[in-house]
Design a protein around this ligand. Structure first.
Ligand code: 0O2
Length: 210
């Protein structure tokens, strides 16, 4: 029998620490004059019921969760533009506080569901009272449009238990296509948007100074 409270402690700590660190990246970009490629960061520890469902679906024995379930600790980084994702990935590859063990590019190769996102599986060292413990965590990097689609699809998946009615399936496919086109359109006017945002940020600062 797993003692879940104890088992999940390092995962909770990893999510908390990673959130602070990755939000820190966003702040650093904002201090510079650069457009921040990171819009916002979220994180969660997978609920126990979802861990058990996934272990059952993927035939993962419970005594091998630590080495075989990569996303018990999960952090998400949302970007405005597809180009921002590449920028964030490059910065993450330069970091010295974790080791990247796998990268999955579901942007160049979307999933059959229509899901698009960039995944990085990392080995993250957590300092515990018993010494260092390395755990696996997953960082998902996606645009706001990809996140919108994935969030809606995830809720529907939960409702229909993966067995979507034909009509919903068709609409989700069309929505995935629309999200992809939205990303493309936004990329085409990216420079205008960035300039407008820089102007807006400066104006806000001027108001603050007075
Ligand atoms: P939750 O509730 O987010 O924790 P695979 O066998 O490749 O399908 P694997 O090996 O578990 O999946 O890893 P992968 O591909 O990195 O996917 C893990 C997570 O990515 C999922 O976790 C989702 O968060 C997200 N994801 C992957 N595919 C889809 C999809 O088709 N739709 C949505 N909405 N999200 C997806 P969980 O455990 O599914 O869910």
């Amino acid at each position: 029998m797993i003692n879940w409270d104890e088992f999940l402690i390092p995962y909770k700590q990893a999510v908390d620490e990673l959130k602070v660190k990755l939000k820190g990246m966003r702040k650093q970009f904002e201090y510079g004059d650069e457009h921040s490629p990171i819009e916002f960061v979220t994180g969660r520890v997978k609920p126990i019921a979802s861990i058990l469902d996934k272990a059952r679906d993927k035939n993962i024995p419970l005594d091998r969760l630590e080495s075989e379930m990569q996303d018990i600790a999960g952090v998400r980084m949302m970007c405005q533009f597809v180009d921002d994702i590449i920028k964030v990935v490059k910065k993450l590859r330069m970091r010295k506080d974790f080791k990247i063990v796998e990268e999955k590019d579901y942007i160049s190769h979307k999933k059959p569901s229509g899901y698009r996102s960039y995944h990085m599986v990392i080995e993250y060292p957590v300092q515990t009272i018993h010494g260092e413990k390395k755990i696996l965590a997953e960082i998902q990097i996606r645009t706001l449009a990809m996140n919108f689609w994935a969030t809606i699809e995830h809720s529907l998946n939960y409702k229909y238990d993966g067995q979507f009615p034909e009509e919903i399936l068709m609409r989700l496919e069309r929505a995935a296509e629309a999200a992809f086109r939205l990303d493309e359109e936004m990329s085409l006017i990216r420079e205008e948007i960035k300039e407008a945002q820089a102007f807006f940020t400066k104006k806000k600062e001027q108001v603050k100074d007075h």
